[in-house]
Design a protein around this ligand. Structure first.
Ligand code: KIV
Ligand code: NA
Length: 275
């Protein structure tokens, strides 16, 4: 299993890091079998699996449940779990209790926290307690309300400078990696060059240390609209719809089941039964 030491080494050697989200046993199993470097149990699970409007409705219990399922499917892959909205903004002790549940009950190897400011204080406390923490800056979907929608971040001088300062502060807080979402490519490049920890981008351009995408986007599974920075490599929606269509048709036309799908009975028994 690759660990944070490997990710550090990969950055140094300019070897790209491929991260993918997974939310359950089959998605985790598939990701591990394909050789993904690390898995993110993202709170995007709320939107792509549960159909919520945003990630703010995702609960701690849901994140624990999904992390457990992912863990069973990918026992040899580094697993990062998102701390859900407003579970790391209260007291330090509450935050540590929440982290403990995600790690001990869920089985996460590391936790991801969105945002800057007071969040860096929490990252410092968590890493001080021995928790591996990934920072998430740029577009931070949990703050969609405060940000006024999903927009590219760091486009003007002031916000770009703040973003760079925040990225440095994240590293100084002890984060082992940074997810950078939805920023102009030059900002992604600049931050990647400035930090010694790996920067994993999503809509942050070509030159970050790695990329992360959402499972359902990569495989086009149940997602109708794809953001411009994502790419689909398969069409599971079509594959599954076609499969279900075939199943329905074969049932209606009595094509399924065939003789090979049924349990047979010894002729003698049948004969005796019928008298
Ligand atoms: O929840 C998620 O899937 C994420 C990634 C998009 C980085 O946070
Ligand atoms: Na997330």
């Amino acid at each position: 299993m690759k660990t944070i030491t490997h990710f550090q080494k990969m950055k140094k050697n300019h070897e790209k890091i491929a991260m993918l989200t997974a939310y359950d046993y089959p998605s985790a199993k598939g990701a591990e079998e394909a050789g993904i470097d690390l898995i993110l149990v993202g709170d995007s699970v709320g939107m792509v699996v549960h159909g919520y409007e945003s990630t703010v409705d995702v609960t701690l219990d849901e994140m624990i449940l999904h992390t457990k399922a992912v863990k069973r499917g990918a026992q040899n892959t580094f697993i990062v779990t998102d701390m859900p909205f407003l579970t790391y903004h209260g007291t330090v002790s509450d935050t540590i209790q929440t982290a403990r549940k995600l790690i001990q009950s869920g089985g996460a190897h590391a936790l991801k926290l969105e945002g800057s400011g007071d969040v860096f204080h929490m990252i410092k406390r968590l890493t001080g307690a021995g928790v591996a923490v990934m920072s998430h800056l740029g577009l931070t979907p949990q703050s969609v309300g405060a940000m006024g929608g999903y927009k590219v971040q760091g486009k003007n001088l002031e916000s770009a400078e703040k973003l760079i300062q925040d990225a440095i502060a994240a590293e100084e807080s002890g984060a082992f990696a940074l997810v950078l979402e939805c920023v102009p490519e030059p900002i992604g490049t600049l931050i990647t060059e400035k930090l010694t920890i790996p920067v994993i981008g999503i809509g942050a351009g070509r030159y970050t240390d790695g990329q992360v995408l959402v499972y359902h986007d990569v495989l086009k599974y149940g997602t109708d609209r794809l953001t411009s920075f994502a790419k689909s490599y398969a069409d599971l929606s079509k594959t599954s719809r076609d499969g279900i269509l075939d199943y329905i048709r074969e049932v209606k036309e009595s094509v399924f089941p065939t003789s090979e799908h049924v349990f047979h009975l010894d002729d003698q028994v049948l004969h005796a039964l019928k008298g």
